[in-house]
Design a protein around this ligand. Structure first.
Ligand code: AGP
Length: 607
C-alpha cells in the first residue's frame, strides 16, 4: 500500500523524488523518506514519520548533491508510525524501500542472525539484512537479490541500492506493482503510473520475479537465471497533467466534477450504431450467452458497484448473480464452476483481496472479466477478459469517478448481455443505451446545483451518528453514499434498507438524529415514504434526495433536494453524485484533509 519511487538520470534527485512522492502519497501517508547515492561513496538517508510535506521540510536544510535515489511513502503494517520504521532501511551496504508484507520475516531474521542489528520493527529491514548478508559473501548484487527472494514468503516490491554500486538502482517484485520507464531525462520506476505520467507516456510493468536495473541512460530487465528480457513497453492514454489538482482544492472535488467526461469517455467508444459493442476489445458474445450465473468479486466502493449490477442483472436478465466481498470470498465456500462468469471490479487493479478471489475463481474453472481503471494492473493481467473504465487517474482515496464509470460500463455490459441472450430486442437495447448516454447531462445538472448540497451538508457537521435509508436500488446507492461519508468525514454513518428499520435499527433514532433518505424508484415510492415518516415521527431530521417527478407533495413535509429525472434504473448516477458532494462538503467544511482520510490508503495491497 506504500508509494515507491526510484530515479537515476540528469536531474537533481531531490526534486524528482519529492515531486513523485507527493503524487504517490495517496498510497500511504504515515511516513516518508528518501535515500540518495552518488560517486565517491556519496550517500544520504532522510526520513521521518508524517507526510511528504514534513520530509520536504527536513530536506530543505540538506544540501543533496545527487542524481540517483529512491523514495517511499508508508502505510504502516509492521511496527508503529515513527521515524525509525520509516523507509528507506539500511543494513550494511544495502539500502532499500519495500511495499508488501514479508510473512516469514521473523524466522528469516533468526536464520540470518540479524535480529540484533535491526533498528526498526519492520519486515522490510530484515530483507535489507538478508541481501546484505549474501552481498557480503559474493559482492554480486544480482545473485544476492535472487537468493533473498527465493527465501522470502509474501508480497514485495523492493527497490535497492548498494553502497559500492553508486547511481544504479535494482528492483524486483512479487504481486506488489512496479512500473518503469526510460527517457532522455533518465530511468525511473514507481509503484504506479501517476508518478511517471509527468515524464512520459511510455512505460512497462515489471514482470514478477524479474530483476530490473536502472542506469542513467539505460534500463535492463533479467529473469532469475540472469537472461536478459525485453521489456514490454506500453503507451498510457492519460494526459500529461491528468494527475494535477486542476485548480481545485482537493482531488476529490476535481474527480467528482470530472464525472460527466469520464463516463462519456468510458461508454462512447463502446457504442456502435447505437448498440454496446465490445468486439474491438476481444470480449466475445459467447461469454455473455453461455454463462449460467454471475459472481462479482470486489471490495469497498467497487463492491457497491457490484450491488447495483446485481439489481440490473436480476431485473433485466433474470439471472442468478452473487456479489461477494472479495476478502470473504474464498473462505465462504463459493458455488462457482465453468458456467460461472466472475466479474472482478477494481479501480486500481491491485487490490489484493480481489486479485486472490479472482485467482481462486479461475482455479474452480470460472471464466473471468475484469472491470479496471489502471491499465496493465495485476487484476487486468490475471483475468481472461478486461474492459477498462476510462476515468483517468483517481488520486483521492475516496473513490468517486471510478465508481460511476464502473457503473456505466456495467450497464453497457448488461445491455449487451440482454441482446446476446435474446432477452431484449435490438430496439430495446438501443433505447437503453440512449438512456445511458444521457447520464452525463444529468450529472452536469447535479453538479451545477452543488451549492445547495453544500448548504445541506452544513447542517450535519456536528453530527456524531447519521443514518441513510432507502429500499432496493436506493439502498445500494446509500451503502456507497454512507461509505463515502464515513471515510472522509469520520461521522458514524449506517445505511439501512428502510424496511428493516422496525426490526432493530429504529431504536437508534432519537431527537434530531440526521437521516438521509433517497427516493428514486417509483415502485418503492409509497413504502419508502412511509418508512421516512416513521423515523421523522421519532424526531429524526430528514434530508431527502428525491427524483424530481416523485417530489410533488414531499417538500411540504421534508427538506427535499430534487434529483434530475432519468429511467429509474439509472437514477443511481445523479443520486450517487449528490451523495459524493454531500460527503465532500461535510469533510472540507470540517477542515479535514479530504483526499487523505486517516488510516486509509488508495491501493490496498495487504490482505
Ligand atoms: C473507496 O472510497 C474506498 N477508498 C475503497 O473502498 C476502495 O473502493 C476499495 O479499496 C477497492 O479498491 P479498488 O477499486 O482499487 O479495488
Amino acid at each position: 500500500m506504500c508509494g515507491i519511487i526510484g530515479y537515476t538520470g540528469k536531474h537533481s534527485v531531490k526534486e524528482v523524488l519529492l515531486n513523485a512522492l507527493t503524487l504517490l502519497e495517496y498510497r500511504g501517508y504515515d511516513s516518508a523518506g528518501i535515500a540518495v547515492s552518488g560517486g565517491n561513496g556519496y550517500r544520504k538517508l532522510i526520513k521521518c514519520a508524517g507526510r511528504v510535506s514534513d520530509l520536504e521540510k527536513l530536506c530543505e536544510s540538506e544540501n543533496i548533491d545527487s542524481t540517483c535515489g529512491i523514495g517511499h511513502t508508508r502505510w504502516a503494517t509492521h511496527g508503529g508510525v515513527c521515524d525509525r520504521n520509516a523507509h528507506p532501511h539500511r543494513q550494511g551496504k544495502v539500502t532499500l524501500v519495500h511495499n508488501g508484507i514479508i510473512e516469514n520475516y521473523k524466522e528469516l531474521a533468526e536464520e540470518f542472525n540479524i535480529s540484533d542489528s535491526l533498528i526498526s520493527e519492520t519486515d522490510s529491514e530484515v530483507v535489507a539484512g538478508m541481501i546484505n548478508h549474501f552481498y557480503s559473501e559474493s559482492g554480486d548484487p544480482m545473485s544476492s537479490i535472487v537468493k533473498t527472494v527465493k527465501k522470502i514468503r509474501g508480497t514485495f516490491a523492493l527497490v535497492i541500492m548498494f553502497d559500492d554500486i553508486p547511481e544504479v538502482i535494482y528492483s524486483i517484485r512479487n504481486v506488489s506493482p512496479i512500473v518503469a520507464t526510460i527517457t532522455d531525462e533518465g530511468a525511473m520506476l514507481a509503484s504506479d503510473l501517476t508518478a511517471l505520467c509527468a515524464f512520459t507516456n511510455r512505460y512497462f510493468v515489471v514482470p514478477e520475479y524479474h530483476i530490473l536495473t536502472l542506469h542513467k541512460k539505460d534500463i535492463k530487465l533479467y529473469d532469475l537465471a540472469g537472461n536478459e528480457v525485453e521489456p514490454d513497453f506500453q503507451t498510457m492514454d492519460w494526459e500529461k497533467n491528468s494527475a494535477d489538482k486542476g485548480g481545485y482544492p482537493f482531488y476529490m472535488e476535481k474527480e467528482i466534477m470530472e464525472q460527466p467526461d469520464a463516463i462519456s469517455n468510458t461508454i462512447m467508444p463502446r457504442i456502435k450504431d447505437g448498440l454496446p459493442d465490445f468486439s474491438e476489445e476481444g470480449v466475445p458474445d459467447d461469454l455473455f450467452e453461455e454463462s449460467k450465473r454471475i459472481c462479482v468479486v470486489a471490495c469497498g466502493t467497487a463492491m457497491h458497484a457490484g450491488l447495483v449490477l446485481q439489481a440490473w442483472v436480476k431485473s433485466k436478465l433474470h439471472m442468478h448473480i452473487d456479489v461477494e466481498t472479495a476478502s470473504e470470498f474464498m473462505y465462504s465456500d463459493p458455488v462457482i464452476n465453468n458456467h460461472t462468469l466472475v466479474i472482478a471490479i477494481s479501480q486500481s487493479g491491485e487490490t489484493i483481496d480481489t486479485l486472490e478471489a479472482l485467482k481462486y475463481a479461475k482455479k474452480q474453472g470460472a471464466k473471468s472479466l475484469a472491470i479496471i481503471n489502471v491499465k496493465g494492473s495485476s487484476i487486468a493481467r490475471e483475468s481472461d477478459y478486461v474492459l477498462y473504465t476510462n476515468a483517468g487517474p483517481e488520486i483521492a482515496v475516496a473513490s468517486t469517478k471510478a465508481y460511476t464509470t464502473q457503473l456505466s460500463l456495467l450497464y453497457l455490459i448488461v445491455c449487451r448481455m440482454a441482446l446476446a441472450r435474446g432477452i431484449l430486442t435490438k430496439d430495446e437495447v438501443m433505447a437503453d443505451t440512449a438512456a445511458l448516454m444521457s447520464v452525463p447531462e444529468s450529472i452536469k445538472d447535479v453538479l451545477s446545483r452543488r451549492n445547495d448540497i453544500h448548504v445541506i451538508a452544513g447542517n450535519v457537521l456536528e453530527a456524531k451518528d447519521l443514518f441513510m435509508i432507502g429500499r432496493g436500488l436506493d439502498h445500494s446507492i446509500l451503502l456507497e453514499g454512507s461509505l463515502k461519508l464515513k471515510e472522509v468525514s469520520y461521522i458514524h454513518s449506517e445505511a439501512y434498507a428502510s424496511g428493516e428499520l422496525k426490526h432493530g435499527p429504529i431504536a437508534l433514532i432519537t431527537d434530531d438524529t440526521p437521516v438521509v433518505a433517497v427516493v428514486t424508484q417509483k415502485k418503492l415510492y409509497e413504502k419508502e415514504v412511509s418508512n421516512i415518516r416513521e423515523v421523522k415521527s421519532r424526531g429524526a431530521r430528514i434530508v431527502l434526495f428525491v427524483k424530481d417527478e416523485l417530489s410533488e407533495n414531499l417538500e411540504k413535509e421534508f427538506h427535499v433536494w430534487r434529483l434530475p429525472n432519468l429511467k429509474d434504473e439509472l437514477m443511481v448516477f445523479p443520486a450517487s453524485v449528490a451523495l459524493q458532494l454531500f460527503a465532500y462538503y461535510v469533510s472540507s467544511d470540517k477542515g479535514f484533509d479530504v483526499d487523505k482520510p486517516r488510516n486509509l490508503a488508495k491501493v490496498v495491497t495487504v490482505e
